[in-house]
Design a binder for this molecule. Structure first.
Ligand SMILES: NC(=O)C1=CN([C@@H]2O[C@H](COP(=O)(O)OP(=O)(O)OC[C@H]3O[C@@H](n4cnc5c(N)ncnc54)[C@H](OP(=O)(O)O)[C@@H]3O)[C@@H](O)[C@H]2O)C=CC1
Ligand SMILES: CC(C)(CO)C(=O)C(=O)O
Length: 310
């Protein structure tokens, strides 16, 4: 029996975890389990997890649902889908679910999850991963995907292991557009450039994606953000496509005009904690370390931090 544990059932974990739980419901070979807390856990335990995308809806019943890792099985695969500010605490709770053969895949935005996981679990295989999706936990036990894109990339640039191919097969069997890639470092940076720039602009202007791309001044700021973070990637020896700025804008233009970043959503919802440090502060701090000027990031970071404080 392959045990797959999804940790954090919000927009990302709920959508991809929901697809997996549905596909492997009552499966003799694969068991999908959820680590989920609060009202969300209660709703899923009582009614299953409802996943909505356009006119399609399904309800998934994972094999086990708990807020306590010791209630769950030792996992073959752990897919981490918390926000970055919850990662350290979550990792410190996961010991009961880890065995020698466990493979951990983080799908969080940001660039330092893998290093943090390896510090906690140096003997397990830790892949890198990222997703393109626009999905939210809209009420306890209900996930709503409003996006036009659904892609999951993962891989490792240090380890080649059959278990990563097994995970890819399981994701694909669940109907997930998943790709195991040997070039994961570049793929993760391309996603980071895409999300960091649009998260900064949507949060700074307090606007969804469409009005930013339609206004020439705001779009110019967005392009300057993309340029600054791309220069940082190059300083870190990350190879990017030659036309990365145009490709990034094209991907942003493909999102629904009314969609916004998960960072902006958290600001709108008055969340006490946000991913401002992993999505924006990271660029400012690493820019200083690598002597890459990031004046637009610096200005918007400090304005957004003031919003957080007020
Ligand atoms: N949403 C999206 O469209 C996209 C998001 N991302 C990235 O994916 C990551 C996840 O985002 P998203 O799904 O939106 O986040 P959400 O806040 O919707 O979901 C995260 C969930 O994890 C739960 N959680 C945190 N710690 C634990 C724990 N120890 N045990 C059990 N549950 C826990 C949270 O519970 P609680 O609410 O109680 O804190 C929350 O329900 C982020 O890094 C985000 O930037 C990437 C691409 C798209
Ligand atoms: C696609 C986008 C911008 C929207 O959910 C995203 O990746 C995020 O906000 O984390």
């Amino acid at each position: 029996m392959t045990a797959i544990l999804i940790v954090g059932i919000g927009g990302v974990g709920g959508y991809f975890g929901g697809l997996m739980a549905k596909r492997f419901e009552n499966d003799a070979d694969v068991a999908v389990q959820f680590l989920v807390r609060g009202e969300n856990r209660k709703a899923i335990q009582h009614n299953g997890l409802k996943v909505i995308k356009g006119s399609d809806t399904f309800i998934a019943y994972p094999q086990k649902v708990s807020d306590s890792p010791s209630d769950l099985d030792k996992a073959d695969f752990i897919i981490l889908c918390t926000k970055t500010y919850d990662l350290e605490t979550t990792l410190s709770q996961l010991h009961p679910c880890i065995k020698k053969e466990t493979v951990i895949l983080p799908l969080l935005n940001g660039l330092d999850s893998t290093a943090k996981i390896k510090q906690h679990y140096p003997d397990t295989i830790v892949a890198d991963g990222c997703v393109y999706i626009v999905s939210r936990l809209t009420e306890p036990g209900v996930i709503t995907n409003t996006g036009t894109i659904e892609r999951l990339f993962f891989g490792s640039d240090t380890i080649s292991d059959e278990r990563l191919s097994v995970l890819e097969q399981r994701l694909i069997q669940a109907g997930i557009n998943a790709t195991l890639t040997p070039d994961i470092a570049s793929v993760i940076w391309e996603k980071f450039i895409f999300v960091s720039s649009i998260a900064t602009a949507t949060t700074y202007y307090d606007l969804p994606i469409g009005p930013i791309l339609e206004d020439p001044d705001k779009k110019d700021i967005l392009i300057r953000l993309i340029t600054e973070v791309s220069l940082l990637a190059q300083a870190k020896q990350i190879s990017l496509p030659e036309n990365n700025i145009a490709l990034t804008i094209a991907k942003q233009e493909n999102l629904p005009a009314t969609a916004t970043s998960s960072l902006h959503s958290d600001f709108i919802n008055g969340k006490k904690q946000t991913e401002i440090e992993s999505l924006i502060g990271y660029v400012v701090h690493e820019g200083l370390t690598y002597a890459i000027p990031t004046p637009v990031y610096q200005k918007l970071y400090s304005a957004i931090k003031k919003k957080t404080i007020s």
